[in-house]
Ligand binder design. Structure first.
Ligand code: NI
Length: 146
């Protein structure tokens, strides 16, 4: 089994808050990330797939093809967007990095079915903060959860 990883960058803004909580509760939980006007990040998304090499091409998947899928399914929908309001698949979802990787996983796993196996979705929010998901049991957390 061989693993391949493709890296893609995007910029987006968000505000972290749970609509079910008071302003004070949100400020206590999320700090400055709950500021009403929001803030932006330069995100780096790394998608890792794995599979057996095609005996004819010696490739698991053409990395150019993998990049096209990531761009089409994720980047075009989130780049230069407000993650709280502009992205259909994030409606009602609190846009933490945790929720983003789980949401991205759902989309990419479906799209890659029959091509190769999705192994990991890794999202760098800053140089120091990285969150990754490998498809183990988890659900997105939506506004309204308390
Ligand atoms: Ni943030």
């Amino acid at each position: 089994m061989v693993y391949l990883r493709r890296k893609v960058e995007f910029c987006a803004s968000h505000r972290l808050f749970n609509a079910a909580l008071s302003d004070e509760e949100n400020a206590a939980i999320y700090g400055r990330c709950a500021n009403p006007s929001g803030h932006g990040h330069n995100y780096t998304l790394e998608v890792t797939v794995r599979g057996k090499m095609d005996p004819r091409t010696a490739m698991v998947i053409d990395l150019k093809k993998l990049k096209e899928i990531i761009v089409e399914e994720i980047i075009e929908r989130v780049d230069h967007k407000n993650l709280n309001t502009d992205v259909d698949f994030l409606r009602g979802v609190i846009p933490t990095s945790e929720n983003l990787v789980v949401s991205f996983w759902r989309i990419l796993e479906k799209r890659l079915k029959g091509i190769c196996e999705l192994y990991e979705v890794r999202l760098w929010e800053t140089e120091n903060n990285v969150v990754f998901y490998r498809g183990e049991e988890e659900e997105v957390v939506r506004h309204g959860a308390r």
